[in-house]
Design a protein around this ligand. Structure first.
Ligand code: FES
Length: 194
């Protein structure tokens, strides 16, 4: 029997456990009712079809920003698949993230054209400058780093993106200059959060 979702303020028991049933699995999810309803709505828009898992994950991440374990549990529940399966897909694709991205998510293209033109050196410079690794976010939540495959701008290789903005022909020396456009203490920074 599929357990019923129950909401109580911001605590949700995905699996309701009859008292005394020690063999039942209990998972307590801490998410706002609003977020749960959003996830339910997204799943329903794909008819809770397990074959639409990737689309559901894309839409959910676009809406909530990331896919923590709690969110994965709810998706698994709605699509009637195991949370291990959802986790496997989330961790397989580099696009998906389980941690919140920074206000300015930085993506380095590691496609062939960018790679041969020095994307790795740009990545190293970014990691050094921000003191974080791939998939991590700075403590002030301002920047995060991820890698992408070809973003379709090979003529501009190597390519780096900050949010949706594309920077082409980037050299390691350009990295600091680009970051400074988004740094809080930059008085000239007229950029909006992406
Ligand atoms: S390989 Fe980087 S844009 Fe195509």
């Amino acid at each position: 029997m599929v357990p019923k979702l129950m909401c109580d303020d911001d605590m949700v028991d995905i699996y309701s456990v009859p008292s005394g049933d020690k063999d039942s699995l209990k998972v307590t999810i801490k998410l706002s009712k609003e977020k749960i309803e959003t996830i339910n709505r997204i799943c329903a828009s794909f008819e809770n079809n397990p074959e639409e898992l990737i689309n559901v994950l894309h839409e959910t991440q676009n809406t909530l920003g990331y896919l923590p374990a709690e969110v994965q549990e709810i998706i698994a529940h709605n699509l009637k698949i195991s949370s291990a399966h959802v986790y496997g897909v989330v961790t397989f694709y580099s696009y998906f993230t389980m941690v919140p991205k920074g206000d300015y998510p930085i993506s380095v293209c590691m496609g062939t054209a960018c790679y041969v033109r020095g994307a790795e050196k740009i990545l190293e410079e970014l990691k050094k400058e921000l003191k974080i690794g791939i998939g991590e976010t700075t403590p002030d939540q301002r920047f995060s780093i991820s890698c992408l495959r070809c973003v379709g701008a090979c003529g501009l290789a190597p390519v780096l993106m900050v949010g949706e903005k594309v920077y082409g022909s980037v050299s390691p020396d350009d990295v600091k200059k680009i970051l400074n456009e988004y740094r809080e203490d930059n008085e000239d920074c007229k950029c909006q959060q992406l």
